[in-house]
Ligand binder design. Structure first.
Ligand code: GDP
Ligand code: IMO
Ligand code: MG
Length: 422
């Protein structure tokens, strides 16, 4: 399988967790390289549901090494809770998890600032997960962040935290929010640091040693292409490089060591939070929500839904270098009479076949659709390409062709076995 980067080709929640779990079978190491516990990756094993936020989805398979890379921002208290939750479900978390010592730490003032800034933005809010992600990456870029290497050194952590709390309390007061208690934060973070210390290491050296042994690495993307801080629908984005390039900077594995990029996309489009979504459609949203689907794995918010947008996925192929496609949630369209696919945007007299950079322009774009006849047959029991209805096959082929990459996987349900290798 060699070194594979898996990215979301849309606005997040494409089903990356499920596909990672399937592909992990052939990997030795799974690495998260971006984002934080804003991510929610769902994996079903039998009837048991697992939702992973910071721990790579590879943890659910035995004898796989999971790495949280330097590009991730870590809420240590959240990570301790997540590890506890996994252990409660019988998942082994021990020497199979390693956390980068240079990953930045999310602190309570990041969460508080995240919430306060959303309030200040009013109707222009981003609709963040309020996990403190933006302020944590902001501190990293401003060179005032605390890292895991600091967290596991209690004395150094205390010194640095004292200064950071002092400054951030000034800001919080100015915003009319309650200042934080240094003592309380220190206590909570000392406890989390103590629990996490055994996991913290130099993951760059570890990954390079593993590659020399011939290990295969799977890079687990979080969020999606259009939430990328550089390539997404700014400012309605998250604060990290969620696209394929982020796998190198977020792990320390050089670009020339990467072999393949897999793009995951739904057979339709969803987005959670604010920002433009050209193909948004109430009818398909009602249909999916009525089936109990498309509620956020992290915040429980109803996801906005729309038709498949091939302008966006083609753009994603361009910026990520997607070689292969995994299309999930095909079964979500099983009952749709006429399925629409966006092939271009119209804006006044202009026509776009890529995603314009200005969020306002994108919000004003009208999709140009082509239509496909629905297949009106349940696909969730299909286990091979041949078992899919011909109209569903035609649809998959068309969206892969429009996206400009090779269709490799079609997913017809949340379970491992509901996966068709094309
Ligand atoms: P991620 O963030 O990309 O890992 O995706 P999420 O886990 O947030 O959301 C994807 C949702 O779709 C989850 O509830 C998955 O269990 C579910 N899912 C993934 N693939 C399929 C599929 O092919 N069919 C159905 N019905 N559900 C799927
Ligand atoms: P996974 O990995 C979908 C969205 C939020 C908001 C914007 C910024 O499960 O695909 P943030 O809290 O990151 O500052 O929020 O990004 N967002 C996601 N949407 N899936 C995710 O992760 C997301 N992580 C962040 O809803 O619009
Ligand atoms: Mg998700």
């Amino acid at each position: 399988m060699a070194n594979t980067i898996l990215v979301g080709a849309q606005w997040g929640d494409e089903g990356k967790g499920k596909i990672i779990d399937v592909l992990t079978e052939n990997a030795d190491i799974v690495v998260r390289y971006a984002g934080g516990n804003n991510a929610g990756h769902t994996v079903f094993i039998g009837k048991q549901k697992y939702v992973l936020h910071l721990v790579p989805s590879g943890i659910l398979r035995k004898k796989k090494l999971c790495v949280i890379g330097n590009g991730v921002v870590i809420d240590p208290v959240g990570l301790v809770d997540e590890i506890k939750g996994l252990r409660k479900l019988g998942v082994k978390v021990g020497d199979n998890l390693v956390v980068s010592e240079t990953a930045h730490v999310v602190l309570p003032y990041h969460r508080e600032l995240d919430a306060q800034r959303e309030v200040l933005k009013g109707k222009n809010k981003i609709g963040t997960t309020k996990r403190g992600i933006g302020p944590a990456y902001g501190d990293k870029a401003a060179r005032v962040g605390l890292r895991m290497i600091d967290l596991v050194n209690p004395k150094r952590f205390e010194e640095k935290l004292r200064l950071r709390i002092k400054e951030n309390n000034e800001v919080l007061r100015a915003l009319g929010a309650k200042p934080l208690s240094f003592k309380q934060v220190l206590k909570e973070y000392h406890a989390a640091g103590k629990q996490l210390k055994p996991f913290v290491a130099n993951t760059v050296v570890l990954l390079h040693q593993a590659m020399r042994r011939g290990d295969n690495i799977l890079f687990e993307g979080a969020q999606g292409t259009f939430l990328d801080i550089d390539h997404g629908t700014y400012p309605f984005v998250t604060s990290s490089n969620t696209t394929a390039g982020g796998a190198s900077t977020g792990s320390g594995v050089a670009p020339n060591k990467m072999d393949e990029v897999v793009g995951v996309m739904k057979a339709y489009t969803t987005r959670v939070g604010e920002g433009p979504l050209p193909t948004e459609n109430a009818e398909i949203a009602d249909l999916l929500h009525g089936m109990g689907r498309e509620f956020g794995a992290t915040t429980g918010r109803a996801r906005r839904c729309g038709w498949f947008d091939s302008v966006a996925t083609r753009h994603a192929t361009m910026v990520n270098g997607i070689d292969k496609l995994a299309v999930t949630n095909l079964d979500g369209l099983d009952t749709v009479e006429t399925i629409k696919v966006c092939v271009a945007y119209r804006h006044g007299r202009a026509r776009y076949d890529f995603v314009p950079n200005d969020a306002q322009t994108l919000a004003e774009c009208e999709p140009v659709y082509v239509e496909f006849e629905g297949w009106h047959t349940p696909t969730d029991k299909a286990r091979s390409w041949k078992q899919l209805p011909p109209k569903a096959r035609a649809y998959l082929k068309a969206i892969a062709e429009l996206t400009g990459a090779k269709l490799a996987i079609a997913s017809v349900g949340p379970s491992r076995d509901q996966t068709i290798f094309v």
